[in-house]
Ligand binder design. Sequence first.
Ligand SMILES: Nc1ncnc2c1ncn2[C@@H]1O[C@H](COP(=O)(O)OP(=O)(O)OP(=O)(O)O)[C@@H](O)[C@H]1O
Length: 358
Amino acid sequence: MTDFSVELRGIQKRYGTVTAVESMDLSVRESEFLSFLGPSGCGKTTTLRMIAGLEHPSAGDIYIRGKRMNDVPIHKRNIGIVFQNYALFPHRTVHANIAFGLRYRRCSRSDIDKRVADVLSLVQLDGMAKRYPAELSGGQQQRVALARAIVIRPDLLLLDEPLSALDANLREDMRVELKQIQRETGITTLFITHDQSEALAMSDRVAVMSRGRVEQLDKPQIIYNQPSTQFCASFLGNANLLEGRIQGGEPGAWEVLSHGHTWLSASTAAWQRNAAVTLVMRAEHFQASDNRQAPNTVGVTVRNVDYLGVSAHYIAQTDEGLTLELFGSVGRAPLETGSRLDVCIDAGQVVLLPAKNP
Ligand SMILES: Nc1ncnc2c1ncn2[C@@H]1O[C@H](COP(=O)(O)OP(=O)(O)OP(=O)(O)O)[C@@H](O)[C@H]1O
């Protein structure tokens, strides 16, 4: 028996000349909440559809709980699926919508009634069983869709942008609830989103995808703070990516020359002297400094201010003409355009990646 709920081995999907998913290997643990995060067209939906059995892979194998699934039809995979447009049956009540999969499985009437009542309580829709979809809000309809997917006690829950039709406030509430329901039920869940805050907030692990490939698969904090590729560094958050060369130093304390400054990085990788690298420095990791002589300190002039309420986003320029993005904590009150100040960044927050074009 395997410890993995889902395993993809060398999965690939081609549509004519388009390769939607390149050779993909992925292991998802039991009870894990794993998100696929990436821009439009990177292959997220295609991956999920192959796992569901809605698409056949061009190559590779899909295992669910150790069993090869390639030739198992969708209705025999015991998977719950929720799509962006919840696709409820409009002329059936909430109860009938949720009971649909149980009837198909030939459960007894009393068993159906008990399971529907339990799941309605889990998604906080007690008392709504007799309503029709049109009599529910968008958030409530989405909960019915979720209830319908989990009432069958699936081995796996697949969620394709399930929150994207909801407005911003409801979306945040629903993401907390969805995560809570997933924890309570322990159902292994694969969640598609192109919203990075959703992926970071909800997931045990995030698979960042680009052009049909998984670029990085790790815990949210690691994906964010230690991006392993330039794509991950620029796709998540606001990062300054600068080209530079290793001047000297050793693992844990590298000196990198970039745009007339020597930056210190605590990267533990073994770089060659003179190697071309990309420095990744997140906007919010810069702090105001009162010591220009300290390492990783530069003088900047603020060129643009976007006040965001809880923070402010600045575009600033060094005296050498280098443009940097900075965030909020660079001074308590928002700075004015034209202000001059020194800013610094801790060497531990200066990530080094191989240069794109060495
Ligand atoms: N049935 C199809 N026939 C031809 N090409 C397809 C088909 N389905 C998907 N593709 C292509 O495969 C690629 C991946 O599509 P996919 O829908 O998996 O991306 P996605 O990451 O889910 O995008 P989005 O966030 O926009 O839904 C795209 O280039 C898309 O145009």
